[in-house]
Design a protein around this ligand. Sequence first.
Ligand code: F0G
Length: 466
Amino acid sequence: MTHPTLPDTKTEAPICRLRCINCSAVADRADQDFRCSSCGDLFEVFYPGWQTRQGLKAAGLDAQSLKQLWRDRKSSLAPADTSGVWRFRELLPSLRSGNEPITLREGNTPLYELPRCARATGMQSLQAKHQGMNPTASFKDTGMTTAASFARQEGFRWVACASTGNTSASMAAYAARGGMRSLVLIPEGKISWGKLSQSLDYGAVTCQLRTDFDGCVKVLNELVRRKPIYLLNSVNPYRLEGQKTAAIELLEELDWQPPDHIIVPGGNLGNSSALGKALLEMKDLGLIARLPKLSVIQAEGANPFYRSIREQGGKTLSPMQADTMATAIRIGNPASWKKARKVVEATEGTVEQVSEVEIASAKAEIGADGIGCEPASAVTLAGLKKLVRQGFAKPNEAVVLILTGHALKDPEFTLKFHRGDLFSGTADEKHAALLAPQQRAPLVLDATAEAVAKTLDEFDREVPGE
Ligand code: F0G
């Protein structure tokens, strides 16, 4: 069976380099802060090795051969082939010979139909790719497998990230698997218990700083200049390469027929950048014939990218004090906004914002379809509803929502929603009545069949035909 670091029988390792997204400086290694030493902007990975006399080819293979190779690997038992990330390794940076990837068999996530959500949105159909079905229950694992593997290859003992909870959970798991120590900086009191408990369980040194996510990023940036620590935030371009594979896997699941529209939540904007990069690369390599639109949805209280695009034409981004109950995307100064702007423009997508009540309602709708997700993921459905009302998304279009985190990441939000006290004491309290029809509080009954049967009868009368 094939190994990601050894040349395949049919392929050669791709030659990859780093390029600054601002001044185009090219490098083969980045400093510890992953910033361009000339201008301070971010790097992206690019593959000069794809240039051939016959046009762009990854690992020397044409589109059909790549598709066949990736399909064939599905019957392989080798760890790198059972990973839904490394299976697509022709489109990834390769590890040096002798370095194994750190993998938890990430990726391989399902694409679900959402029939009730489609009806509620006025769409003929609707699909969701559930990245919450990854090993640590969020999309972060697809990028962590690549970046953590590079950290180990570089010989780092410590890896670190600032996080709203999912990156830290994922990093802690991959560091543990790879025999590295991990340092987590999270905003005190502003991440869900589910996520915090994961990083503790996976053995990270977990620091709750008295600040927000953006404050944690600042502290970490200073720290990596002082200590030999490998930075695993999404400014690390090797993470985005792994995250890119979710879009490749999605297109494979759709038999390479692009949907009309892919909708992603936006926080630090690494994920939208990564998925968009994959779409552009797949188009360049002839794997897909046309580009789906890629749209980014933010929470109204954490909407710096929305405001940048709508108010400043995407030329600058003004950082803000962010606040939303969708704590995963409670980010006021997104690192990858320029990368995200590029892919939204290139795919002719858009950027929208949604309210807290819209997020809560959309999350319950996704739950009622038997899928569920964490609050930040639900901005996608709430955003789609708005885009349909505006006419930007059409009822007959094929739309895929990217659900980024599992429902069990934030059960406290879900319980409060169903008990009816999610918005108690907040400015949204007056709108909360709108949500009552979606709420299903647990019922406390006498322990008799009669009491339960009576309740069933009441429900039968209340919701005929359901
Ligand atoms: N959805 C979930 C569940 C997330 O955890 C995040 C980001 C996003 C969406 C937004 O993705 O930042 O790439 O735009 N979580 C990060 C973290 C910031 O630290 O876990 P993005």
